[in-house]
Design a protein around this ligand. Sequence first.
Ligand code: MRU
Length: 339
Amino acid sequence: MDKFFEYDAVEWNGDKTGVKIIDQTRLPSEEVFLTLKTPEEIYDAIYHLKVRGAPAIGVAAAFGIYVAMLPIEGDMDHFAAEFGRIKGYLQSSRPTAVNLSYALQRMESCLKGNIAVGVEGVKRALLAEAEAIKQEDVQMCRAIAENGLTLMKRGCAVLTHCNAGHLAVSRYGTALGPIHLAQQRGLVPKVFVDETRPLLQGARLTAYEMVKSGVDATLICDNMAATVMAQGKVDMIFVGCDRVAANGDTANKIGTMSLAVLAKHFGVPFYVLGPSSTIDPECATGGDIVIEERPAREVTDFEIKVYNPAFDVTPAELISGIVTEKGVFRPPFDFGKEK
Ligand code: MRU
C-alpha cells in the first residue's frame, strides 16, 4: 500500500522541537501544522480535537509525554514523579478512546523497565517506545485495510460515519483504510459520508480525505442515512471504534448506533474496523465504557440545557463483523481467535 498522504496526522520532529500535528479543527479549508511542546499544549490539542481519532490520540500522547519529559532533570525519583503527574493529566483529556490510556501505560512501563539506565537513558527509551507505538499502528492499519478489502466488491458503496481514516490513525485509517486501498487498486469504491453532527468530522475530515484520494464520495446529512439505505444505495457500513468491550459492544462516535439499527432493518452488513489495541478486555460489556460528554457550546450558543455525549455504544448483536489486523471476527465475538 503506497503512502498516499504527504504527511501523517502525528509526526515526531527529529530536531527535537516537538510533536508535529495537522490542526484538524482547521480542515478542510486550511492545512495548518502545529508543533506541540508542553503538557498543556498537548492536552489542549487532544481536548479540542486538533488531533483526534482513537489511535492518533494515543500516538500524540506517547510522543507528547516524551517531549514533555525532555526538559525534566534531576534524580530518577523526581523524574518518575513528574512522569506520573503528566501521565495523569494527559490521560484526563479524553476518557472514551482506550488507545490514550494504552499508549500512556506502555510509556510508563517503558520508564519502569529502564530505570537502571538513568534519566537520559530513559528519555532515549521513551522516544523509541513512542516510535514503536506509531509503527505498530501503521502495520495494524495496513493489515486492517487488506482484511477489510476482502469484504468489498468492485464498485460497491460503503456508508461511513465520523472520520476513521488517515487523519485518525498513524497512517491509512481503519474504516477508510480498505476504501483508500480499493481506490488504489482500481476497484472504484463509492462512499456515502455522514456529516457527523455536531463537530462534522465526516463533512470536514472524511470529505477532505476522500477528495484527496479521488474516491467517488457523496456527503449526506446524518438524518439522510435511512433514505439512502431504503433506496438500496448502500452495500455495507464501515465505522471505526474508540473502545471495544470483550463481548464486542463498541463505543464509537455518537450516531454510530443509530446506523447499526438502520442497517439491521434494511439488511445492510454493519462492520466495525479497528486495531486490536482498541479492544479493552477490562470492559466486559459496553456498560463499562465511560462516555465523554462535551460542552454545550459545541451544539448551540442559545441558553438551553444541552446533552452532548460524544460517543454511543453499539450492542454487539447489531454488528456483522469486527475487522482487526488479525482478521474478520464474527459474532459471538471471541477475540482470542479469528473466525
Ligand atoms: O471525537 P473523535 O473525532 O476523536 O471521534 C473519533 C471516532 O469516533 C472514530 O470513529 C474512532 O476514534 C476511530 S478512529 C480510527
